[in-house]
Design a protein around this ligand. Sequence first.
Ligand code: G
Ligand code: G
Ligand code: MN
Ligand code: NA
Length: 254
Amino acid sequence: ISLEAAMFQAVREGEFLLYYQPIVDAATRRIQGFETLMRWKHPTLGMVPPVRFIPIAETNGLINLLGAWALKAACVQLKHFEEAAKRPLYISVNISPRQFRNDKFLEVLDHALAFSGMSGSQLVLEITEGTLMIDPVHAESILVKMAERQARIAIDDFGTGYSSLAYLKRFPISVLKIDRAFIKDLPDAPKDGAICNAVLDLAKHLDLSVVAEGVETEAQLDYLDRRGCQYIQGYLTGKPMPAHAAMAALKEDL
Ligand code: G
Ligand code: G
Ligand code: MN
Ligand code: NA
């Protein structure tokens, strides 16, 4: 049985689950929100990594079903996180190119918000530069509708895509997520440091937030914090974890 066939079975059997990775304030290390990351727990194969199953789901269209489930489940979970934390938080959800272009996408989004009772302002949708560039006219119309719902847009893997900076002017974007590729060799890589500084400067002038991804060391966090990077995500401040562990992390995070 192929991995693809196993995926359809996995949907029926409820083998997909969501992990949550904290996004923290660099200065205080307080949790501000979580990125939702999909996991597949297969009964015999064990944990199948998203790099193996997301591309298949993107090709056969199953990503629309999985993505709709993930968005709704993440919104419901956010309400539980906020009850545990007793303060407002946000949830960040990855949206693949095919999901973004699906004509049911706005319905899926509205259903997730209505079902969970969550405000759109607490939702961040992570898309890549590539997703925007496939069809910029269509992308603009979707982004404007998201902005009407107060949902924020983050550019995921920022700096690694094949695109121009012009879209930062054209589209209503709120967050840049600096790709791990630019973080991993900090603080001793002058070119990576220069790129991070340039992104932070650009974001400041465009009034965008920045999240540095893949922060694994204190030296990296310190470097980014000193240069005014407000938000950090990485193994240093929290690995992707199941909901119950994220709840525990929130209760420790006074
Ligand atoms: O979690 P890592 O946890 O291995 O995730 C690897 C990649 O899989 C991420 O870069 C992301 O692009 C993709 N991914 C993880 N979860 C989701 C999801 O819920 N939806 C989509 N579209 N992609 C996801
Ligand atoms: O493409 P996207 O940024 O959505 O995916 C994030 C990916 O990065 C996930 O696979 C997640 O598990 C992984 N990740 C998160 N933090 C770290 C980190 O500190 N180090 C490494 N190597 N990977 C990380
Ligand atoms: Mn992401
Ligand atoms: Na990324």
